[in-house]
Design a protein around this ligand. Structure first.
Ligand code: NAD
Length: 276
């Protein structure tokens, strides 16, 4: 179900399913999306300093806690340090700003948003400090390729618990998958729906019809069966409900093979080896 969790290598439990809020406007839009998701059973929210909506996320979390009888421990909140704040001291300062905006005592997961060259190791040291100080329950990276992880692991005292990367049937991330599995780094899928670009795919539609499910649900189920945490974005109530309704069916190995066959190593987002 929606509260099902994966156990990270430090023992912290992270929900398999969450709400992404990239491009959800701060204020009413993000507040309504987060509260709607929690009302329908979501327990994990993925934001970032760069999304400029941490204040709204924090307000929604506080209101949802007051109105629902849930406790803070029931929720899993992720944020990320933006590229221009990377470096040791600047990351510590960025974290304080994030926590002030969220209005939370402790964060569940803090990620290095992109592998900014020459900086991500210093950024990582800051995350290690925040973790050791108990400010955040788990730390991880985002958009790290195998070579970035290998480089980071040479100096890291703490291994990242999570790597959040672009992942959908057109970008199967096979090399990264093997590597992260071997290192016990939990993979998490961003743009799992390829930002809507896969929803008219005939192969996916056929599988969806066979299960009486939507294409979005088939893709999100494929994420889970491949061992990826997934965080689709929607601000529309019926889609927030639809996307999460993926715990009552199973894709066959034949279905999985067909979907795996759609891989073209194609990105909708930036290339982690060449971004600004
Ligand atoms: P997504 O693949 O989740 O697609 C979202 C789009 O699909 C939206 O336009 C939405 O309206 C539409 N949609 C959602 N559910 C649908 C449904 N059931 N039927 C039809 N259309 C539907 O794209 P995303 O927002 O880019 O990615 C999800 C989350 O991942 C983000 O919100 C963010 O939290 C995270 N993310 C992280 C990074 C990173 O660098 N770490 C980058 C991009 C996104």
């Amino acid at each position: 179900n929606l509260q099902a969790t994966t156990t990270l290598h430090n023992g912290v439990k992270m929900p398999w399913f969450g709400l992404g809020v990239y491009k959800a406007q701060d204020g009413n839009e993000v507040i309504q999306a987060v509260k709607t998701a929690i009302k329908h059973g979501y327990r994990s929210i993925d934001t970032a300093a760069a999304y400029n909506n941490e204040e709204g996320v924090g307000q929604a979390v506080r209101e949802a806690l007051e109105e629902s009888g849930l406790s803070r421990d029931d929720l899993f909140i992720t944020s990320k340090v933006w590229n221009s704040d990377q470096g040791y001291e600047s990351t510590l300062a960025a974290f304080e700003s994030t926590m002030t905006k969220l209005g939370l005592e402790q964060l569940d997961l803090y990620l290095v948003h992109w592998p900014v060259k020459e900086k991500y190791k210093d950024t990582w040291r800051a995350l290690e400090k925040l973790y050791k100080d108990g400010r955040v329950r788990a730390i991880g990276v985002s958009n790290f390729q195998v070579h970035h992880l290998q480089d980071l692991l040479q100096d890291a005292q703490i291994k990242p618990m999570v790597n959040q990367v672009e992942y959908h049937p057109r970008l199967a991330q096979l090399e990264l998958r093997d590597f992260c599995k071997g290192q016990e780094i939990q993979l998490e899928a961003w743009s799992p729906l390829m930002q809507g670009k896969l929803l008219d795919n005939a192969t996916l539609q056929e599988i969806a019809d066979n299960h009486g499910k939507s294409v979005a649900q088939v893709i999100l189920r494929w994420d889970l069966q491949n061992g990826f945490v997934t965080i689709p974005k929607s601000t529309t109530e019926h889609r927030i409900i639809e996307n999460a309704d993926v715990f009552n069916f199973e894709l066959s190995s034949d279905d999985m093979e067909k979907i795996n066959g759609l891989n073209e190593n194609l990105r909708v987002g930036s290339d982690p080896d060449n971004f600004n």
